[in-house]
Design a protein around this ligand. Structure first.
Ligand code: PRP
Length: 213
């Protein structure tokens, strides 16, 4: 049978997932020594890890070329379509925040504000909920630059420790948008066709997650 394929978001979530899988007893040596390889066997080879960018993890799972994926709730909220979210992995914790320059009164005045963000859908939904008209500018990274350079009035971004905001003179205006952490997602057909294997892996991951908390 084909190996069960799990797509991991490259970087921090990949590292945390590998730690979790190792404590659950899966040999992840190949992932640790991956070099530039993007598809790697783990355990006895019945599982294969695919390393991808966050939004692409969702694309591969939705299209069924990966059975499972590990991706942040932020990416799910921005791109989520049709797949199952089967487990909150508990790591990669952060939150969405609206932030701007210190001393700037964001909610005053009648002019539509300009918001820079990597998350245009999340941002539009957030302001729609408030009944506020805004303009969104999509930025690919280091969004904090946009208000500093005068491109935007504020940003919507993920905040973990808050130090990036602080060190760049920005303050949180609101951060009750949504709590975020890494999620295990599954392709809907795989969930039926490979139920036993997926359940075994998800159960082991959940047991380890509980131990780690
Ligand atoms: C994220 C986010 C903030 C920072 C928040 O960026 O976009 O910039 O982390 O973390 P903190 O609250 O602990 O400072 P990331 O490192 O993913 O890089 P990017 O901005 O280039 O996407």
């Amino acid at each position: 049978m084909k190996p069960l394929r799990i797509a991991l978001t490259k970087g921090r979530l990949e590292k945390d997932t590998v730690k979790l899988l190792e404590s659950a007893g899966y040999d992840c040596t190949a992932v640790r020594e991956k070099g530039r390889r993007l598809i790697l066997p783990i355990g006895d080879g019945s599982i294969e890890v695919v390393l991808a960018k966050a939004a692409d993890v969702i694309t591969y799972v939705e299209n069924g070329v990966c059975d499972l994926g590990v991706v942040g709730k932020d990416t799910i909220m921005e791109n989520g379509r049709s797949f199952y979210e089967i487990l909150d992995l508990g790591f990669g914790k952060c939150r969405f925040a609206l932030a701007g320059k210190k001393g700037f009164d964001f909610f005053s005045g009648y002019e539509a504000r300009t918001i820079a963000t990597k998350y245009p859908n999340v941002t539009r939904n957030f302001f729609e909920g408030k009944g506020m008209d805004i303009r969104v500018i999509k930025i690919e990274g280091s969004v904090e630059l946009a208000p500093l350079l005068g491109l935007a009035d504020a940003i919507v971004d993920i905040v973990e420790t808050g130090s990036t905001l602080k060190e760049n003179g920005l303050v949180i205006i609101e951060d009750n948008v949504a709590p975020i952490s890494a999620r295990l997602i599954a392709n809907s057909a795989s969930l039926k066709l490979r139920k036993a294997e997926i359940e075994e892996l998800a159960d082991k991951m959940e047991t380890e997650r509980k131990k780690m908390q």
